[in-house]
Ligand binder design. Sequence first.
Ligand code: SF4
Length: 336
Amino acid sequence: MKIKIIPVFLPEYQCPFNCKFCNVKVANGEVGIKTKRDIVDIIETSLKTINRYHKDAFVEVAFFGGTFTFGKLNEIEEYLRILKPYIDKKQVNGIRVSTRPDFFNKEIAGLFKTYRVTTVEFGVQSFNSDVLKAAKRGHSGEIAKSAVLLSKRYGFFTSIHLMIGLPMQTEDVFLKDIGETIRLKPHYVRIHPLVVLKDTQLAKEGFVAPDCEKVLPSLKKGVWLLKKNGIEVIKLGLQPTDSLNEKDSVLSGCYHQSLKHLVFSAIYRDFLKMLIEKGVRAIDISEKDLSFFVGFNGSNRDLIENIELRPHNSIERASVVVNGKKVKIFKESIDA
Ligand code: SF4
């Protein structure tokens, strides 16, 4: 089912922490204090578009930015209560909340259930204690694991946010983070490469984050492993915003407007190579996958010369038909 998210970005005062990589203002744009009226306006405006163009979508209002569960229970409840009339009238089907794993417990989970929160997203970043300490996250990997399991026990769709390229987060550590994520089996994962933003602690320390070329091989492996294990990767990279695109906002790291295309092109490239090595000369593919087969900026064109691609709209995404047999791209063993 198509999910339509109405994002409500909370201001940075909503978080007492100071992770070394974080600059909420640059990442999300300048976000002022959200009054009840502001939130109602955002919802009403978005619902007009959704009702016109996406009538059958599952609509979630999402609280992003800051740490939603940082405040007192009654303050959290005040935010949730704003949405109750929309939920009761079935104009909104659920609520999505993004928060820190150490600010989630049974009390909050119970409150979320009462107000029809459907999805909980956790900023985990890494499960490795050295990486978490170096980023000044202020929580351990064990706490993150417990929070994810608690959220799943309460029946929330649960998402883990991971990063790649943090100080001390080697390729080996990142792949262990992926392995831990697979063991926890969340419903979704978001991964974003570290970008050093201006005015952050990392910027002050002069830390240089790896560029896209450096993180791409690990990212490719990680995404392939997650999808092979049936875990959806719903987002790769930071959402481009005007403030991120401003000159000198991003000092280093992999900030790419089409990161998903880049990563999937690399995965499909490996798949094509494997088929060509096996002597396959023609495959039927999903029309929707064509851009991944062709590659970002045509990066796979050299391979496509050796194999005929026959796009159809009847073929499921991420699968191909080879000599009449359906093959799932993420289930195949590739050189990942
Ligand atoms: S917990 Fe989240 S919002 Fe708060 S400083 Fe860290 S990354 Fe930023």
